[in-house]
Write a protein that binds this ligand. Structure first.
Ligand code: ADP
Ligand code: MG
Length: 212
């Protein structure tokens, strides 16, 4: 069996079966390097180019950890733009097809605020959103992060380039200290190193140069 087969991972069998139906046979390099640590509950910094398969790396991690019976926000994924958040939510829903009744909610700027409050009142397991809008829901008390156990910063370098540093800090301030944090980035400039030093706990760093 290939060392990069998903079946070598300690992943819920339903998730592994669904991957085969999606045509995901082997892990990409960044998945192979990061998933064992993510599934072990470690904080991870993963650096890899666009198209290297980062979404499934954190998506499988958060779906594996999720307790579906507990209808509370357990994972939060922050992305720089609405388009990226929509793509990530779509991929997580595909990966989650084998697990019934998982609720993934997107909270992005540029969308009406009121319906998002209604959706939050109905509840969700996983939130995918952009920093500004997520922070506003947290600050106004519509989004409660007390049960959050996994925080993902996707495209962290772009979020910082867009000036979201203070907004990210405010969200992280509202999240439980006892949590797993995953930081994904295409590049790893000093600003990212600084935020990583503050918000991750003894992270494992994974870096993949090529896509395949
Ligand atoms: P990144 O976030 O690193 O830019 P994505 O997570 O968007 O990359 O993945 C890029 C593409 O690769 C997507 O179309 C995704 O469905 C596909 N993909 C991811 N992992 C695998 C895999 N293990 N096998 C086959 N295709 C994959
Ligand atoms: Mg991505």
């Amino acid at each position: 069996m290939s060392q990069r087969a998903f079946s070598t991972l300690d992943l819920k069998p339903d998730l592994i079966q669904n991957l085969a139906s999606l045509g995901y046979d082997t892990m990409t390099p960044i998945q192979a390097q990061s998933l064992p640590h993510i599934l072990a509950g470690k904080d991870v910094i993963a650096q890899g180019k666009t198209g290297s398969g980062k979404t499934a790396a954190f998506g499988l991690g958060l779906l594996d950890h999720l307790n579906v019976k507990r209808f509370r926000v357990q994972s939060l994924v922050l992305c720089p733009t609405r388009e990226l958040a929509d793509q990530v939510a779509k991929e997580i829903r595909r990966l989650a097809r084998a697990i019934h009744n998982i609720k993934v909610l997107t909270l992005c700027g540029g969308m009406p605020f009121g319906p998002q409050i209604g959706s939050l009142e109905h509840g969700a397991h996983i939130i995918v959103g952009t920093p500004g809008r997520v922070e506003e829901h947290v600050r106004k008390g519509y989004l409660n992060l007390d049960d959050l156990n996994l925080l993902v910063l996707d495209e962290a370098d772009r979020m910082l380039e867009m000036g979201f540093q203070d907004t990210l800090d405010a969200i992280i301030e509202a999240a439980p200290k006892q949590r797993q944090t995953l930081l994904f980035s295409a590049t790893y400039p000093a600003q990212i190193q600084a935020i990583a030093g503050r918000i991750l706990d003894q992270p494992v760093t994974v870096k993949v140069a090529s896509t395949h």
